[in-house]
Design a protein around this ligand. Structure first.
Ligand code: ATP
Ligand code: MG
Length: 269
């Protein structure tokens, strides 16, 4: 709930057990789906060593500013009275610079991104989405410790190796008392754009199976879609604007996430 002292209504973390399963892609598209529904959204890239969000959003020249002691995120005005505020480690380093930092230094930066940000520079936020690095390491622990998150979304691909790590991520969230919004199965099946033949490159249905086994909600599956790669690499994440099964599945997932967030809101009056 937005209050005078807390200008952020809902905080949602996106995590995974395994790397490269599509967390940042999901984070960007979820944020854009919310913006498309008229919400004011923040996107915090808490992947300190591999920050990808600015690239995926095509942010090249803009940088955060400082206002008194606080950092002001980069703002993309995507609606007439709402938009997307973005903060990332990528804004603080040279383009190809490595960030070979031990945990304590990474934790310091994540804590700074939690405590020293003016997210409401362009109005209170309906959602703050936090994109995390893979695994159950320092950044994830730090967000869980210092941010009052509504819940976690766990992204996985369908193959067994990813599902093995997905179970660990679910257990970590359960162990530290973070509500699990649900599991997303990404890269789930590929439909050949030429012949229409469906190939389950990484298998299919594993995300749903794990959710059922571990008694957590299943939010949906997102197909393996070359358009997603083009969108992420070009910085023009237009996936949601092109009518496709991928756009439909991402929008349906965004709807389920809002239902979760709204169900947690206290009754007004
Ligand atoms: N549904 C999809 N269809 C096709 N390609 C996808 C899909 N989802 C993600 N990708 C591609 O897979 C790659 C990895 O995605 P992404 O960077 O979002 O994963 P990640 O989990 O955030 O990775 P990391 O663990 O390194 O942070 C990117 O090139 C992205 O464009
Ligand atoms: Mg990522």
């Amino acid at each position: 709930m937005i209050t005078e002292t807390d200008p952020i209504k809902h905080r949602i973390m996106i995590m995974s057990g395994k790397g490269g399963v599509g967390k940042s892609t999901v984070a960007v598209n979820l944020a854009l789906a919310f913006v498309g529904n008229g919400k004011n959204v923040g996107l915090l890239d808490a992947d300190i060593t591999g920050p990808n969000i600015p690239k995926m959003l095509g942010i090249e020249d803009e940088l955060p500013s400082a206002d008194e002691e606080l950092l002001v995120p980069v703002y993309l005005p995507l609606g007439c009275d709402h938009g997307l505020s973005v903060m990332s480690m990528a804004f603080m380093i040279e383009k190809d610079a490595a960030v070979p930092w031990h945990g304590p230094l990474r934790t310091d930066f994540v804590q700074r991104f939690v405590e020293d940000m003016r997210w409401n520079q362009w109005g209170a936020l309906d959602y703050l989405i936090v994109d995390l690095p893979p695994g159950t390491g320092d950044e994830t622990l730090c967000i869980a410790e210092f941010m009052d998150v509504d819940g976690a979304i766990i992204v996985t691909t369908p193959q067994d190796v990813a599902l093995l790590d997905c179970r660990k991520a679910i257990n970590m969230a359960k162990g530290i008392g973070i509500p699990i919004i649900g599991v997303i199965e990404n890269m789930s099946g590929f439909v050949c754009p030429h012949c229409g033949y469906a190939i389950d490159l990484f298998g299919k249905g594993g995300g749903k199976r794990v959710s059922e086994e571990m008694c957590v909600p299943f939010l949906g599956s997102v197909p393996l879609d070359p358009q997603v790669v083009i969108a992420g690499d070009s910085g023009i994440p237009a996936v949601l604007e092109i009518k496709s099964a991928t756009a439909d599945s991402l929008e349906a997932i965004a709807e389920r996430v809002s239902e979760f967030a709204e169900s947690a809101e206290p009754e007004s009056g």
